[in-house]
Design a protein around this ligand. Structure first.
Ligand code: HIF
Length: 279
């Protein structure tokens, strides 16, 4: 990670920022509340980083993590961002302690640190994001994916950001982390039995477990025989689509390959729209 070690001079700032210290501060909050979900804030920090970045539109160069516009309405109130106030509040004391880091850098760095701390690969990340001053810079609603749709929608949304099929499947492996909350998205439950460990378990569950529609009054989602694990329609689309499926199989078999491809794709996601870093 560029800038991870020692002090780095940030353009426009007189002081040096110790990104190593910021990383350490993030690590310290991850398991600071054993009663939160599965005992780690890691997954919701990964979701914050990705929702900040995933609004990017390659064609117009709008959206993306640069700006940290999710601090403001209307983006903070977009349905897709329900529950992320928890993650933003968690990072507030770190921002106070290290005011030289932008929110946009802090949110994306925190997501990367969370992945690494939960056992994942090291994600390429560089500072350089600047915060926008108000909500007039927010991207329009509807740029983040709708979990009730299928393969065509996944390609629309991630293609708009500039990802190919392999990258889309690699990224999807992040759903090995965390869970769905009825009061945030309407969906319910974790994808794996190890939701605070980064691994290729999501792909193993997708290919080796049996999935059926859950019978309940909530939105369409899939469950395994135990009824404890879940998949979203967009997750099932990866095994139902004949072009996505070979990558799912590959990552289920080869965790090293998944880690390599994931690190590159997630690093690319974090860099979208960032001056000097975006492809
Ligand atoms: Fe998620 N995702 N995601 N996601 N996501 C949820 C939770 C997490 C989609 C929908 C949902 C990605 C892609 C997609 C994480 C990380 C990533 C939830 C549940 C939904 C509905 C929210 C809640 O109720 O709390 C869709 C439709 C995606 C496109 C296919 C990324 C690849 C997998 C880009 C990604 O990195 C993480 C982590 C969580 C868990 C959050 C938590 O609080 O535990």
């Amino acid at each position: 990670i560029d800038g991870a070690a020692g002090g780095v001079v940030v353009p426009g700032l007189a002081s040096k920022l110790d990104y190593g210290a910021v990383r350490k501060a993030v690590e310290e909050v991850l398991e600071s509340n054993p009663d939160y979900d599965d005992g780690s804030y890691g997954p919701v920090l990964v979701r914050l980083a990705w929702h900040a970045a995933g609004t990017y539109d390659k064609a117009t160069g709008t959206g993306g993590s640069n700006g940290a516009t999710m601090r403001f309405a209307p983006e903070s109130d977009h349905g897709a961002n329900a529950g992320l106030a928890v993650a933003r509040a968690l990072l507030e004391p770190i921002k106070k302690k290290y005011p030289g880091i932008s929110y946009a850098d802090l949110w994306t760095l925190a997501g990367c640190v969370a992945i690494e701390s939960m056992g994942g690969p090291s994600i390429p990340w560089s500072p350089g994001r600047e915060d926008k001053p108000d909500g007039s810079y927010c991207p329009p609603d509807g740029r983040l994916p709708d979990a009730s749709l299928g393969a065509a929608h996944i390609r629309d949304v991630f293609g708009r950001m500039g990802f190919d099929d392999r990258e889309m499947v690699a990224l999807s492996g992040a759903h090995t982390l965390g869970r769905c909350h009825a009061d945030r998205s309407g969906f319910l439950g974790p994808w794996t039995n190890a939701p605070t460990t980064f691994s290729n378990l999501y792909f193993k569950e997708l290919t080796e477990n049996k999935w059926r529609k859950k019978r309940w009054s909530g939105p369409v989602q899939y469950e395994d025989k135990s009824g404890q694990l879940m998949m979203l329609p967009t997750d099932m689309a990866l095994v139902w689509d004949r072009k996505f499926k070979p990558y799912v199989d590959e990552y289920a078999k080869d965790e090293d390959k998944f880690f390599n491809d994931f690190a590159a794709a997630f690093g690319k996601l974090m860099a979208l729209g960032v001056p000097g870093q975006s492809p």
